[in-house]
Design a protein around this ligand. Structure first.
Ligand SMILES: *[C@@H]1O[C@H](CO)[C@@H](O)[C@H](O)[C@H]1NC(C)=O
Ligand SMILES: *[C@@H]1O[C@H](CO)[C@@H](O)[C@H](O)[C@H]1NC(C)=O
Length: 397
């Protein structure tokens, strides 16, 4: 007698980081509150949007996002800087907002996202001229001020009345991010420069290093994750159609570019010549399938915003409405592993990632819910990034 043992097992593999799966739009929410939205951030399943006002949206069920509240205020106009933090004393949830049209820094209590409360504001057409961006560390707020080409520090111990501490003049200051507990990284669009600053516990700022490069030309956004990527700072700019650069900021006094990728192709011959020869393909060639290359990444055309989740950076491009999923496991060799092109994302200003109720969307393998703000249409676009869930059934022994 022959005994046959049949063993069937199912292995579920999440193919993280490979080319399967995809990014898709799952819902949209339109509201006048999102018109001119300049910034989005998320805390858990609540997304905050700043533009002309500040709005809160519950994305717990991402197929049915719900507008919780829309805060209007005479000083909330042209707001493009947003930082979420916990107050130094009691750990309550706060938003710091900067508004370029009103030269304002505002602190908002968002402990209850259904009821946003203005705690304190400071407006100053000299010190905060066209205030563009803000980060908070403990009792200190740091604001990038393009109109004064400076970074300005404030003591926010008393939330009702922030106190101006110190300013430092640079070639320009359009966005700011925390490098670590005592340093900032600042981008200047006009100066084509990324600078590193140190700050004392009293908010006194010192310039310690900088790097100037053509690839920092135009609107720049910087991203730093001190715990995941200690040594690196990520930058996107408008240069060359859209540029993604990785900086080595280990040495704060001597930041350097590790690598950069751009949307434009490097043409063997002038564009007009290629067009005359009917070689349109060579104008728009994408190197994605060919592995890593610095040129021709059309999906980062018009890069305006990015968000980092573990080893992935999602970059939104506003020209054609694209999302590029960049794998930065090896930061010196970033790779675009997935991309989406969707007309609903044309004009998108920024992107953030939110937590969600796993059971509200039944699809398996959802990696992340992303929320992009499209200021021109007053729209929030919700997307999911899915990884293919492979089921392998076998085997006979
Ligand atoms: C968000 O929506 C979920 C249900 O989809 C609900 O359980 C939760 O309480 C809501 N959060 C807020 C802050 O309203
Ligand atoms: C980063 O820079 C430091 C010196 O500033 C150097 O020792 C290190 O090897 C660099 N890392 C990379 C990945 O380039």
């Amino acid at each position: 007698m022959q005994i046959k043992l049949v063993l069937v097992f199912t292995a579920v593999l999440f193919q993280l980081g490979n080319a399967h799966g995809g990014v898709h739009v799952i819902s949209e929410l339109t509201d006048p509150a999102f018109l001119l939205a300049g910034a989005v951030v998320a805390e858990d399943a609540v997304v905050y949007i700043a533009g002309n006002g500040v709005a809160a949206v519950n994305v717990s069920n991402p197929t049915q996002p719900e507008l919780l509240v829309s805060l209007r205020h005479p000083l909330l106009f042209g707001c493009g800087g947003l930082h979420i933090y916990r107050s130094a004393d009691e750990g309550n949830l706060r938003l710091a907002v900067t508004c370029s049209s009103t030269d304002t820094l505002m602190l908002i209590d968002v402990e209850n996202p259904r009821e946003l409360k203005v705690l304190g504001t400071i407006s100053d057409f000299v010190v905060l001229s066209r205030a563009a961006d803000v980060v908070v560390k403990g009792n200190l707020a740091f604001v990038a001020v393009p109109g004064a080409a400076s970074v300005v520090s404030f003591d926010i111990t008393s939330e009702a009345s922030p106190v101006h501490l110190s300013s430092i003049k640079l070639s320009g200051a359009d966005s700011v991010s925390l490098l670590d507990d005592a340093h900032l990284v600042v981008a200047s669009e006009r100066g084509r420069r990324v600078s590193t600053l140190s700050f004392s516990p009293h908010g006194v700022l010192f310039k310690i290093g900088s790097i100037k490069d053509e690839r920092f030309d135009g609107v720049i956004s910087i991203l730093k994750h001190g715990t995941l990527y200690l040594d690196f700072t990520f930058v996107i700019s408008a240069a060359n159609g859209g540029t993604f650069a990785v900086l080595n900021t280990t040495s704060q006094s001597r930041p350097s570019i590790v690598t950069a990728m751009q949307a434009s192709v490097r043409l063997a011959r002038p564009a007009a010549t290629l067009k005359n020869e009917g070689k349109y393909d060579e104008l728009g060639v994408s190197y994605i399938d060919a592995g890593w290359a610095p040129y021709g990444h059309k999906s980062i055309l018009g890069a305006t915003g990015m968000v980092l989740i573990e080893n992935l950076i999602y970059i939104v491009g506003n020209t054609a409405g694209t999302i590029s999923v960049m794998d930065v496991s090896d930061p010196s060799k970033p790779r675009i592993i997935r991309e989406l092109n969707d007309a609903r994302l044309i004009g998108a200003a920024n992107i953030c990632a939110a937590n969600y109720d796993q059971e509200s969307i039944s699809l398996d393998g959802v990696l992340q819910i992303l929320v992009a703000a499209v200021p021109s249409t007053g729209k929030l676009v919700l997307l999911k990034d899915t990884v293919e869930r492979l089921s392998i059934q076998s085997a006979e022994l």
